[in-house]
Design a protein around this ligand. Structure first.
Ligand code: GDP
Length: 483
């Protein structure tokens, strides 16, 4: 029997078919990147993509032992999700006068593909390289906290939200809203203007509470803090009111109805369409800001982590467990901005985070997760220094504090490069939760300007990308798929 001759057209078809099979067999992992506002999500994603695509990480990624591995960006698969503005964020960091990029305000996505020559198996037979798609999904941690609302009635949510607003730490910020809420009659006829005014005052209190100390983590609803595309939407016009259910057409029933539609139209779809499709997760946590807030700051951090745990490890009898087709099987919790302290304190930082995560997991009855806690600085803005003073070794960092930062009575204007001794982190992680053992005045963390990463003119060499722990986070999340 004569075999048909392979023409160039059929050869092309064959190659096309192999590529098609290769595409079908290419695994895709969806990595969720979350954390509260200003935790460091945008800088983390930008740094990770830059180091993988262009190299230059210092220290280098030791898990990438195959020198032939390359990484590149590809068009993202989901047309209805905005693209993560990688190029824009990178340009801000690489500018002559570098600036931190604009942080996460809404959900966005980026597809990163890793590719390496196949060694054996079907791929080699087909003449194809081995590939792995990593779809990075960036979303505000505030949206995760909303999960608790799904189990609450309007009355239960109101009671909890009002009790939080009455905590002494929020007294001043919440006063205009609480005065307003006390003045309205829940049984009066529904009035749109009252709903709008109440929601405005409630939102202002939430935003001020978050602005004054980023560690007040459990506050919500999440879209009131970060509305994403819902800015100005009528779906965000409700506020907590402590009254028993009453007649239809009243103010209370208007607010309860809005609350119900927020849960149905905003909270549920996010979990169904985005969260339920994640395979791996990194949760970025600003532990140092929480420590700056003393015991109260650490307890707030734990509240926030408990909300995150309830989402990532839902109880088996919950609605979320029901819709999650598969489980997130690896989680990294990262204490960000680790470059604010000397490297000798990184272990303590990791221990404090691990203790907070363990306490939160216990409260959320979440078990069985494979997770790791690491100290992370996606872009290191400082260098370590030490100074011996009268036989005692002081450990600190050198960098350029942002304009407006201050330590004690000293203000910085954003141009001075200085040495900062931020204070010793508690040796026993439990002490971090103790108001007497870890007091805000014991620490002096300041925000630093990003380092200059512009090309050196003399040798034309791009400088490295200094980081802490970026390689460890990447390795834990993906090493089971790497060559
Ligand atoms: P997001 O809101 O979670 O997206 O947070 P960003 O990634 O925008 O980071 C918020 C701020 O944290 C930045 O503007 C920086 O001031 C600071 N930051 C983030 N990552 C680092 C880091 O690796 N080192 C230092 N020193 N600061 C960082």
């Amino acid at each position: 029997m004569r075999l048909p001759r392979i023409t160039s057209t059929s050869q092309l078809r064959l190659q096309g078919a192999s590529a098609y099979v290769g595409d079908l067999l290419t695994p895709t992992l969806r990595l969720g990147v979350t954390g509260l506002s200003r935790a460091g999500k945008t800088v983390f994603i930008t740094a990770l993509v830059k180091c993988l695509c262009d190299g230059g990480a210092v220290p280098r990624f030791s898990c990438l032992t195959d020198d032939t591995l390359r990484a590149y960006l590809e068009p993202q698969p989901d047309d209805d999700v905005p693209r993560f503005q990688y190029e824009e964020h990178l340009a801000a960091l690489l500018a002559k006068e570098p600036a931190w990029p604009q942080g996460t305000r809404r959900i966005s996505q980026l597809r990163l593909t890793l590719e390496w020559p196949s060694r054996g198996g079907l791929f080699e037979l087909l003449g194809l390289s081995q590939r792995l798609h990593i779809d990075i999904v960036d979303y505000p941690g505030e949206w995760l906290i909303d999960l608790a609302m799904l189990d609450q009635s309007f009355q239960e949510w109101s009671r909890h939200a009002l009790a939080t607003a009455r905590r002494p730490v929020f007294a001043e910020m919440a006063k205009p809203f609480l005065d307003f809420a006390a003045s309205v009659n829940a049984d009066a006829a529904a009035d749109e203007q009252v709903a709008i005014r109440g929601a405005e005052l409630f939102t202002r209190y939430l935003q001020e509470a978050r602005r004054c100390d980023a560690s007040h983590a459990g506050l919500g609803p999440g879209r009131f803090l970060l509305p994403g595309d819902l800015e100005g939407s009528p779906q965000l016009t409700f506020f907590p009111l402590d009254a028993e259910p009453n007649r239809p057409g009243s103010l209370l029933s208007l607010l309860a109805g809005r609350f119900a539609s927020y849960r149905k139209n905003i909270v549920k779809p996010f979990f169904e369409a985005h969260f339920s499709r994640l395979d791996r997760q990194i949760v970025l946590v600003d532990v140092l800001s929480a420590l700056n807030g003393g015991g109260e700051g650490m307890r707030s951090l734990e509240d926030g982590l408990e909300g995150v745990m309830r989402a990532i490890r839902p109880r088996s009898d919950s609605w979320l467990a029901y819709i999650l087709g598969r489980r997130i099987d690896r989680i990294v919790f990262a204490a960000t901005k680790a470059d604010h302290v000397h490297r000798s304190a990184h272990q303590q930082l990791e221990d404090i985070l691990a203790k907070s995560v363990a306490r939160a997991a216990k409260r959320a009855e979440a078990a069985g997760s494979e997770f790791r806690c690491i100290a992370l600085a996606a872009l290191r803005a400082t260098t370590d220094v030490h100074k011996d003073v009268q036989g005692e070794r002081l450990l600190g960092v050198r960098g350029t504090p942002e304009a407006g930062e201050r330590i004690g009575g000293r203000y910085f204007d954003g141009t001075q490069r200085v040495v900062v001794f931020p204070g010793d982190l508690p040796g026993d992680p439990l002490d971090a939760f103790d108001d007497h053992r870890a007091r805000p005045e014991d620490f002096g963390f300041v925000r630093f300007r990003p380092p200059r990463l512009v090309q050196q003119e003399d040798d034309g060499q791009a400088p490295g990308w200094p980081h802490i722990g970026l390689d460890k986070a990447f390795a834990f999340l993906f090493e089971d798929y790497l060559p």
